[in-house]
Design a protein around this ligand. Sequence first.
Ligand code: SRM
Ligand code: SF4
Length: 589
Amino acid sequence: MADQQYSDPEVIRREQGIDAPLEKKSKVEQLKLSSKGLRGNVLEEMLDESTPNVSNDSYQLMKHFGMYQQDNRDTRIERKRAGLEKDYSFMIRTKVPGGILSAEQYLLLDELAENFSTFKSIRLTTRQTIQFHGVGKHQLQGFVRGLNTRLLTSYGACGDVVRNTMFCPVADIDADPALRGREVFWELGRQISDRTLPRTNSYYDIFIDGEKDDSLSPKFELRSEAEDLYGENYMPRKFKIGITVPEDNCIDVYTQDLGLVAMFDEKRKLQGYNILAGGGLGHSHAKKDSYPRVASPIGFVGPDKIMAAVDGVITIQRDYGNRLDRKRARLKYLLDEVGTDWFHKELARRVGSGIEAYREIDPAAWKAEDHLGWHDQLQPGLHYVGIFIENGRIEDRKGFKMRTALRKVIDKYRPQVRITGQQNIILANIPTKNKRTINSMLLKAGFDLGTEDKLSELRRWEMSCVALPTCGLALAEAERAMPVLITQLEERGFGNESIVMRMSGCPNSCSRAPVAEIGLIGRAPQKYNIYTGGDFEGLRLNELFKENVPFDDLADEIAALFKRWHAERNEGEAFGDWSHRVGVEALKG
Ligand code: SRM
Ligand code: SF4
């Protein structure tokens, strides 16, 4: 936690922040500075046909273009034994603010999955974006050119910049009167996303004009190369922003580096935004000075100052965030070093005309929705439908051709497409006359809308990260293991429990497991830590209950907890609240 040596923010800036001597800064910091606007040798290495991969330096830079170099971990050992090099490929992540896509954009992504991804899958992510796995180095330009034809981009989806901005995917269309006013998220989310896109044209130079083929000119407006927001160092680390209302925290606002909670009066007129800062979930099992953290209340600003406040929080982290040690470079660590009082004052100074005190929110006001099933839209005669996609993987499987079925519906009826923060998909703007046919097409194909008895509550609220075989950091399975665990718990009779249960293949916690009622985090192949005591709405961190539990024992361990909860809970007490009240020490007994 707070390190006395660095409790003076100016000392932080000088000794571990942006003013630290270059030679002390981390390798990635030095690389960004010398990269000429993130260019480095990326183009040369990408066009080099003699290798399927790029150097580590180019890989670090390419993250800013939404690309990760990976290898198929299922074949790694076998290939090593056979004297073969790793089976390299790239993961590409698109940036989709609020997860909102047109039908045409979705159809293009489907086509790209077919033509460029060896997995032939579309992977919806926990931050409302889409990933593609198994794209060859030589295919990257073609992929980006494809994206560009429909005004889609992977630029800034990863790297030391502001990542995809999250907000409720139905904010502007949901008819619920209790949630009116959220339409403003659409505009604010887009403004933030646009403001925080890197300015260097390297992405376009490398991936669109790189081969000197001018037939496809960039559709995005080229801008000045000057990084007016980030500076030439960019951010010390990834930075995440989410916007929500207490009545529907479907984006886990407390886990964001910067969380904005829109506050309305009784007539649903926007008053302004509560500002939360310093959320972040990644940690390491071995490093005790790393930890997950929920965001702290900082202050409140009116709608006229919100962009100044967003800039303010980003630039505080830009100027003071740790540039020496990337493992300590997230805003959460800075906030614990400088304290919230200093942060509030510094933000007020940057906003110019000050900021108000944080407006308390009744804890009982918080709710979280998954938006599955059919809903009426604000716009008369239109409806949206939320479709369950287990762990976000859209692919054709034996007996369930889900990618094909979804493509057919979208191609025929051209609904808008929206991705939720729980890795599900929504089809929107469906006129009443098409509702029944689309419903039966989806059900016939095998989809769960949460409206029939097929989808269990336990499965509905689960979430898992990608993990194996593509994630280079995975310590254990997640996406491929969680469905099996859910089935085991359903077989033990617990399918009807509405419990948020999330699995991550390592403590980086990409499924936001540390704020789940039950978090399962990979320790080693087939071994998991079990965490309990988070809440359904994602406001509280869970705590370590048991370490190194073999996968085969997870269902029994969790079933035993469920049985005890049934016997001991107060009326209506949710699993997370019960396990939090009892505490992990008593649960172990
Ligand atoms: Fe994540 C790294 C997948 C959301 C914390 N994350 C990775 C990488 C890129 C692995 C790597 O660095 O080599 C994973 C790629 C796996 C693959 O094969 O596709 C990966 N993260 C994901 C996704 C796809 C999980 C999913 O199943 O949906 C999510 C993509 C989000 C997006 O569309 O932008 C994803 N990652 C998250 C979240 C949740 C969130 O942001 O809401 C977190 C926790 C919140 C946070 O940031 O603290 C998260 N990912 C991390 C971390 C730890 C960062 C840290 O500073 O603590 C890493 C490792 C790193 O950055 O060094 C990481
Ligand atoms: Fe990979 Fe770990 Fe993130 Fe899962 S939590 S996708 S294993 S980095």
